[in-house]
Design a protein around this ligand. Structure first.
Ligand SMILES: [Fe+2]
Length: 315
């Protein structure tokens, strides 16, 4: 143990996520068209954004699911986090072939495999710049499609998981990893941030009969890039999704693109930022008034957990 008392340490970043996917070829096509750099390594794919960090590992499997989620903490805090996770009820004993000797590994109350390791910050230390180009008189505001170039996300923003118990999940991650509640809507959806400064949410939870991976979200620089990203994916054959719109909780402009396995990748711009040392007042919002400020109707396939056994799948 360090000099810190139990309950005083927190992760500062998502280092990366790992997904099981039924087809690496399909995954490569989807994420490359999304604007990420996809590289092959010993039978798996790695996802990089413009910042060059390895944000994702895609592992060959017979089904899509979260393989694990990896967080980073400051040097010297790992043993405190281990104690916090144990006190919160983390399962350190369950076997997994994915566990390595780096950092600590445990299963959360839903059975998600979690790694925490000492590592560099991957989350920004201040609000990421958002560009709103404003045309002056006698100036063209837009540009031609061919001048736009390929939309390339700058970095990962967050991951949203399905859980059978949103309040249990937020309580666990608060106690184990120090993730604080940003905002929530009843026991239906909740968003959490790290106290070291990060986006409004790096990890969020939505209610479902089973655990599952709903979406990964990627920061882009402009509202144009959100819309152009949607076009980029539509041209590649990925026309199902939700957006363009603006969220209430997190405030980001969004467009979600459905991946080949029914989960989503989100283009996100101008998400709220909770600065280090700030006491963000968590809000309680009615569901009908919090999902989006504006945008198209939510498609019926958007809030569907494709990892739920068929007989339990929600419409
Ligand atoms: Fe999101």
């Amino acid at each position: 143990m360090t000099a810190q008392s139990v309950g005083s340490a927190a992760v500062h970043s998502i280092d990366h996520f790992a997904l099981n996917v039924p087809s690496l070829e399909q995954a490569e096509h989807f994420y490359e068209n999304f604007g990420l750099t996809v590289t092959r390594h010993d039978g798996e794919l790695h996802l990089h954004a413009a910042d060059n960090h390895r944000w994702g590992r895609l592992l060959a499997s017979d089904h899509k699911s979260l393989a694990y989620l990896s967080f980073a903490c400051h040097k010297g805090e790992l043993e405190t986090i281990r104690a916090q996770a144990q006190a919160a009820g983390a399962d350190f004993n369950r076997d997994s072939s994915l566990k390595t000797g780096e950092g600590i590994w445990f299963h959360d109350p839903d059975g998600n495999l979690i790694q925490v390791k000492e590592g560099a910050r991957t989350m920004p230390t201040s609000k990421t710049p958002f560009h709103v180009p404003v045309a002056q008189e006698n100036q063209r505001g837009a540009y031609s499609r061919s001048e736009g170039g390929r939309v390339q996300p700058r970095r990962l923003s967050h991951v949203l998981l399905f859980t059978p118990d949103v309040l249990r999940a937020t309580a666990f991650y608060d106690k184990a990893l120090g993730l604080r509640l940003s905002d929530k809507s009843q026991d239906i959806i909740a968003f959490t941030h790290a106290p070291h400064g990060c986006d409004h949410h790096i990890l969020a939870f939505a209610k479902s009969p089973a655990k599952g991976f709903h979406h990964c979200s990627w920061d882009v620089a402009t509202l144009d890039d959100v819309g152009r990203g949607a076009d980029q994916m539509g041209a590649a054959g990925y026309k199902k999704g939700w957006g363009v719109g603006r969220h209430v909780l997190g405030s980001n402009y969004f467009h979600y693109v459905q991946d080949p396995w029914g989960s989503f990748s989100e283009y996100s711009a101008d998400i709220d930022y909770v600065a280090a040392g700030t006491q963000w007042e968590a809000g309680e919002y009615p569901p009908e008034d919090s999902m989006y400020l504006w945008g198209p109707d939510v498609p019926d396939y958007f809030i569907v957990n494709t990892e739920t056994p068929a007989e339990e799948t929600q419409a």
